[in-house]
Design a protein around this ligand. Structure first.
Ligand code: HEC
Length: 304
């Protein structure tokens, strides 16, 4: 190996070593720096968390093919006949003449499907679908909206098949009519979905930490101000802890018990334990003065 190529080889090795150092060094720094972050076990990277997904607008279930449902197929008629026997025969009669067993007691009488005269809503497929969906108000004809839209179409076809007259169906016009009234082509819309972590992030952003307990003005040499200067160890922490103690502003006892029990971790110095009742009162009144009242305009307060 020539002197020159030896030099190049050394340079290459040194360069590779340097790159390796940078990469490994970076990893070590990253790992050390990330120690306080929440580290998920590796399995979370491979198994999708069902609560994490892009925000989704309310799902529109696939629209119904109205033009197809408007066709009186043998399958639709067979299904309609079955539904008619169970749901309609007692009033409308087996042949649809409006003479079912229950008909005697009804006013007005159930419609006679074999005749073209006297229909309230009408006998086109769109009319029949409307009658089944909404019932006929002010009459014993109930709404059958518990039947699926497909079942309503099927039984409507069967009703038409019982009447040997022209039902004047205009498929294109009726599809439009049904779509406008019931949005069946679009399909019903489900609720919007937002991933749980996104909701949590919103909630976290909405939670505002209370402002820290203020320092008494330098000129204030009252007993309360002096105690506050001496006994508040961490003003932000003290404010957070106080915000969790219900009624502390008006209750010296609750204030004293909570701050003494938690000191010094609660932002107050352990020396609070040595205060006399008179000092507690002065200390309490001063802290209440130095701690801004919580925002009363928050949603929860407004609702109460
Ligand atoms: C409790 C009795 C009762 C039952 C059950 C009943 N109907 Fe009716 N139905 C009536 C009565 C009464 C009328 C007459 C309403 C009117 O005068 O407008 C009627 C009217 C109708 C009409 C005609 C509406 C119009 O435009 O005049 C249709 C179509 C109809 N029913 C279909 C059905 C079908 C299909 C079923 C079964 C899924 C059914 N009905 C079950 C009592 C009933």
């Amino acid at each position: 190996m020539s002197k020159q190529s030896k030099g190049i080889a050394i340079a290459v090795v040194a360069f590779a070593a340097a790159i390796g150092l940078v990469i490994w060094g970076g990893r070590i720094v990253l790992l050390a720096g990330g120690a306080h972050e929440i580290r998920y076990p590796a399995v979370v990277d491979t198994v999708p968390d069902p609560t994490i997904f892009p925000a989704q607008e309310g799902k529109v279930t696939p629209g119904l093919d109205l033009a197809a449902l408007m066709a009186a197929t043998p399958a639709a008629l067979a299904q309609g006949k079955q539904l008619f026997a169970v749901n309609c025969v007692m009033c409308h009669g087996a042949a649809g003449k409006g003479d079912g067993a229950a008909a005697v007691a009804l006013t007005p009488k159930p419609r006679d499907f074999t005749k073209a005269a006297g229909w309230t809503v009408g006998y086109t497929m769109a009319n029949l679908y409307q009658t089944l969906t909404e019932g006929v108000k002010g009459t014993p004809m109930p709404a059958f909206d518990a039947l699926s839209p497909t079942d309503r179409f099927a039984v409507a076809h069967y009703v038409e098949s019982l009447g040997a007259f022209d039902h004047h169906d205009d498929v294109a016009a009726e599809v439009k009519q049904l779509d406008a009234r019931y949005h069946l082509g679009e399909g019903p819309r489900g609720p919007n979905k937002v991933a749980v972590p996104v909701v949590m992030a919103h909630m976290a952003a909405e939670f505002r930490a209370p402002p820290p307990v203020a320092s008494p003005p330098a000129a204030d040499v009252s007993a309360g101000a002096t105690l506050a200067r001496r006994l508040v160890r961490d003003s932000a922490r003290a404010a957070r802890v106080l915000s969790q103690i219900p009624g502390w502003r008006t209750d010296v006892g609750a204030f004293a018990r909570a701050t003494a029990a938690g000191a010094p971790d609660d932002g107050f110095r352990a020396a609070v334990a040595t205060l006399t009742p008179g000092e507690w009162k002065a200390f309490h009144d001063e802290i209440a003065k130095l701690t801004p009242a919580p925002d009363t305009g928050s949603a929860t307060n407004r609702r109460q």
